[in-house]
Design a protein around this ligand. Sequence first.
Ligand SMILES: C[S@@+](CC[C@H](N)C(=O)[O-])C[C@H]1O[C@@H](n2cnc3c(N)ncnc32)[C@H](O)[C@@H]1O
Length: 220
Amino acid sequence: MTEWNLSACLLAMMSAAFMLPPQNIAAADESDHGPDGAALARLDWMPKNQTGMLNVDANEGRLLRENVIKAKTRRALEIGTSNGYSSIWIALGCRRTGGHLTTLEIDEHKVELARDNFREAGVDALITQVQGDALQEIPKLRGPFEFVFIDAWKSDYVKYLDMVLPMVPPGGIIMAHNTRNLRSELLGFIERVQTDPQLRTVLVEPGPGGFSVSVKLPTK
Ligand SMILES: C[S@@+](CC[C@H](N)C(=O)[O-])C[C@H]1O[C@@H](n2cnc3c(N)ncnc32)[C@H](O)[C@@H]1O
């Protein structure tokens, strides 16, 4: 099989996996008594007690966790922590892969809320929080990052993509939120991820926000 055929085949399989309907995303081991019990309890508590945090929903969180695992993530990066709801889902994926998450947030109050949530969820050892402007902080980071989640202000998504793409290895996954409910603000970003020759991208809607899911292609 040629290199091109091999990557086309791999990507077709990955694209099919991203399209899994939400009921297939939920892992059978989501039990309150397993190792993730404290995290799942906190994920249940957060939307009821910390509102206005612009979080992904639970099905979207499951897809984040799933793709962290698919990318065999050793190092994950999240841009836009808020109170840490999506970070906890990503951390649960990292727990399976032996990975670690670095998450960036500009708002001091949200950084503190997330810190408490990570401790209560029992995932604080899996996460490094960076407080500051992601546009300033990302250039200070060293890759590789096998998994990147972009979920800050929509006008900055293309800039974030430009910054992180060189740090993502082939086979790495970049997900971005709100491609469904804020599509009109993300038209430029969506066109970019769908036409960049370094990426193969699908748009998925496991919840109200929607994601782009981009796999970085092997270099030819
Ligand atoms: C949509 S919320 C993130 C929600 C979170 N990912 C979740 O699903 O739980 C966007 C967050 O990005 C943060 N943000 C926006 N611009 C930023 C920047 N330049 N640097 C760091 N954080 C930023 C905001 O303060 C806000 O908390």
